[in-house]
Ligand binder design. Structure first.
Ligand code: SF4
Length: 245
């Protein structure tokens, strides 16, 4: 996805239905279908987001409606309490989402065939039924994806997604439950024996080439990364002290 904007021509709504988390209406949106724009970290991947229907997602920050697409993720919130790095993407979607064209799941599956896909650029994939993702991803080249709902979601997501964790306790519990994990930590915190540092962080390898964040589909170590995104802000560092004790 371009850092400057989202082309509606290369974007589409591919599923609409009730949120698994709340029952309120949500939608699945693909952007960058032609792979011509590039996210610096992921490289050229089709980006798929879970968004509320009919509302700018950024208006929901810190409100109960954010649970529709993000569940109980601890990174949600408003202002200084918000740790999630995807605020700008949510705002961009809000500017364009009414003009996204609609594709059926079959059409979307064909559009994605042979391409690399990032699942959950915004929103938690577990807000959408597993079978929808299973249908969408069946012919893709590779994917990355993450969920904070690993304690409660459909267990089949273990095969597609990484469990997002922010504490050692969360890491250990998710591993016991059979997940590979993606742990965000402060730079001074240790790397556990079952983890490997994200190759983008250590040597600049983009997700499209790395392909490690695809759940148990790959029998590899879990991933650990230092806190990033809006990390330059003093407010984030303050929140992190609470979130990563
Ligand atoms: S481990 Fe690989 S796929 Fe996962 S975030 Fe890092 S570069 Fe991307």
């Amino acid at each position: 996805m371009s850092e400057r904007g989202i082309s509606t021509r290369r974007s589409a709504v591919v599923w609409r239905g009730p949120s698994v988390f709340t029952g309120n209406p949500v939608q699945v949106v693909m952007t960058g279908i032609d792979l011509k724009s590039v996210n610096e970290k992921t490289g050229p991947m089709v980006q798929i987001s879970v968004l509320p229907q009919g509302r700018n997602p950024s208006l929901d920050f810190g409100t109960p409606r954010e649970h529709d697409v993000c569940g109980d993720c601890a990174l949600t919130g408003r202002g200084a309490k918000r740790v999630c790095y995807a605020a700008y993407l949510a705002w961009l979607h809000g500017q364009h989402m009414e003009r996204y064209r609609a594709l059926s799941l079959i059409e979307a599956r064909i559009a994605l065939a042979g391409k690399p896909v990032r699942v959950g650029s915004y929103g938690d994939p577990a807000a959408v039924p597993f079978d929808v993702w299973n249908e969408l991803l069946v012919r893709v080249d590779n994917w990355t994806g993450y969920t904070h709902a690993w304690r409660t979601c459909d267990e089949r997501f273990r095969h597609l997604l990484m469990a997002s964790v922010e504490t050692t306790e969360g890491y250990l519990e998710a591993r016991r439950r059979g997940w590979r994990t993606f742990r965000m930590k402060l730079p001074s915190f240790a790397v556990h024996p079952g983890e490997v540092r994200c190759p983008y962080e250590t040597c600049g390898v983009q997700c499209v080439k790395c392909r490690l964040c695809c759940g148990t589909e790959r029998p590899a170590k879990s991933i650990v990364v230092n806190a990033h995104g809006v990390g330059a802000g003093g407010s984030l560092r303050f929140v992190q002290k609470e979130l990563f004790p």
